[in-house]
Design a protein around this ligand. Structure first.
Ligand code: T46
Length: 184
């Protein structure tokens, strides 16, 4: 696994290598031993989720779980193609409210690691795009929080016009002036 840190501390891009033979290929998606240096002090994987998006242009997010249910999540696109965004919400982070985006797709063999305090969203750039998530915390409906995809404070330059937002994602409030970041 090749792991590179982005300019958002703790946000890593992992590239895995398929082992190809006459039958096809085999690819290791996750290994706690290999990724342990990047998941310092993290709990093990508690949940694995799978998201199917039928439409191109769908935006999901920008979500995070509040403490004490904050989580690291690892996201991989297993079908189609998505533009994946991480937004730094960490108190006193030098990249507070900065965002990083990367295209995830099966052919890129890549996965993004999104640590606690960093919110996550994505837009599908192909129809029928599927995502696999590994989470280091259990889902807690009372700890759900989110940012508006079109928050003027973030100025996220989504690649396509927004489509297929959930009612919840349509209702996120813009970041208030007194927002200083999230507790971890
Ligand atoms: C995340 C999650 C959701 N749910 C239930 C809650 C809702 O009834 C339904 C859909 O949840 P939600 O609308 O939050 O799903 P997305 O909009 O795809 O959000 C996800 O995608 C964004 C981009 C993320 O980064 C989060 O991991 C995750 O929140 O599944 C569960 O039962 N367990 C879970 O772990």
């Amino acid at each position: 696994m090749k792991v590179e840190e982005t300019y958002l501390k703790g946000v890593f891009v992992v590239e895995t290598s398929p082992l190809i033979d006459t039958r096809g290929s085999f690819e290791r998606f996750f290994c706690d031993r290999e990724l342990d240096p990047y998941l310092v002090g993290e709990q093990p994987i508690n949940q694995i989720n799978y998201s199917v998006n039928t439409q191109k242009g769908t935006i999901r997010g920008i979500h995070y779980q509040t403490a004490p249910h904050a989580e690291t999540k690892m996201v991989r696109c297993v079908k189609g193609r998505v533009w994946d965004v991480a937004v730094d919400l960490r108190y006193r982070s030098p990249t507070f409210l900065k965002w990083y985006a990367i295209e995830l797709s099966p052919s890129s063999h890549n996965m993004v690691i999104i640590p606690k305090g960093v919110a996550h969203g994505y837009q599908t750039i192909e129809e029928d795009s599927h995502l696999l998530y590994l989470h280091t915390a259990h889902y807690n409906s009372d700890a759900q929080a989110g940012l508006a995809w079109n928050d003027p404070e973030l100025k996220i330059t989504w690649p396509l016009p927004s489509e297929a937002l959930s009612d919840r994602d349509k209702r996120h409030r813009f970041i208030s002036e007194d927002f200083i970041g999230v507790e971890l």
